[in-house]
Write a protein that binds this ligand. Sequence first.
Ligand code: PLP
Length: 464
Amino acid sequence: MTTTAPRPQTAAPAAGREPLEQVRRLVTEVPGPRSRALQERRLAAVSKGVGSTLPVFVERAEGAVLRDVDGNQLIDLGAGIAVVNVGHAQPRVVERVQQQVADFTHTCFMVTPYEEYVAVCEALVRLAPVEGPAKAALFNTGSEAVENAVKIARHATGRDAVVVFDHAYHGRTNLTMAMTAKAMPYKKGFGPFAGEVYRAPMSYPFRDPEGMTGEQAAQRAIRVIESQVGADQVACVVIEPVQGEGGFIEPAPGFLPALAAWCRENGALFVADEVQTGFARTGDVFACEREGVRPDLVTIAKGVAGGLPLAGVVGRADAMDAVHSGGLGGTYGGNPVACAAALGALEAMADLDLTGAALAIQERMTARLRALQAQRPGIGDVRGRGAMLAIEVVRTDGGAATLEPDAAGAAAISAACHAAGVVTLTCGTFGNVLRFLPPLTIEPALLDDALDVLETAVLSALAG
Ligand SMILES: *Cc1c(COP(=O)(O)O)cnc(C)c1O
């Protein structure tokens, strides 16, 4: 198979450590006895409100391998939910973090600033596909970035209304819960929610009427916005260029450009929530670059800092400067250790050509996933971009796919992968989507091994 990029380098361990061999290896059942004992302690001390996909307790991680407390080595196809794009224990991240921890860990940028924060903002300003001069501000989590983008948009426009989409995921804080679509588990019983949040229909090619173009889907959304919100009320339209938790839904081509154009014509800000899609994940540094869309604001988090908590908003300088001094911030926002990690992760992204690596993963994986789809019609859709790929599992009727979601099928496949030592995640409004988010540095042989496991799981879980 040809790949579009040179093979990315593996993580090298920090000085004096044995490298963690990039292979899957099971020495106990999964989870093993030590993980089960820790799970007992966890259930006694940790709130049940916090769940885990796979109760395997991790002792060490490097590259695309997690080693658990029982000595099992698992292949990580989740990357901590699209966070360690640069691989676990990426040496450039480890070195900078260790140095920064020794230098200082916190002053609060709002009290006495430091260079690392500025350097991260400079990098974001350089990378973000924003038209004209740009500026940035740093926070801790994706939810916080989205909240701050809304604050900025409201100041910049003097308007209140926020438009979001079906299947959207923007976080779990009060405002972002209102913006997130799915009730269970994110919203149920947690209201009342923030006001002035309106939902428009998304472009969802697998479920939209056959042949509906992105333009048509955008007009469908715009009709809802104009009739139910009013064009002159909209502060911002917030959208994930490829939806994440909602099911890895890639809108039809033309959808995002048409929405961005509508925003421009109507004085609303177009906000790309690139928290999950950002930092080379989709084969571009930011997913909205693919169609040349230039957002007014971009929210970032997950992949920016190689696993440390860091988030930000980067956008048009006039909008970013619309807020009064002191109106944005937070005690830990742009923490120096997280900023040092980000500088290492951004360096790795460029040096290791991780956008090229994401495209190579796409090529390698989609070929296998499509071959599986040909054998199992319950794989209704194979989709995604770069190393953000998914299969949507549906019921079949007479050997043909229907649109009826099969969450149990997706769960069975995922459980079989977990038992065999491959960490997979599910997602989707209907819970029937299996998503794949490997670290972009994953070695081809390791990825192939994970795909072999997935193939066995799919063939046994779904009917032929
Ligand atoms: C994960 C995610 C968020 C929320 O990020 P947190 O860091 O969990 O608060 C927001 N938007 C998108 C698109 C995400 O994927």
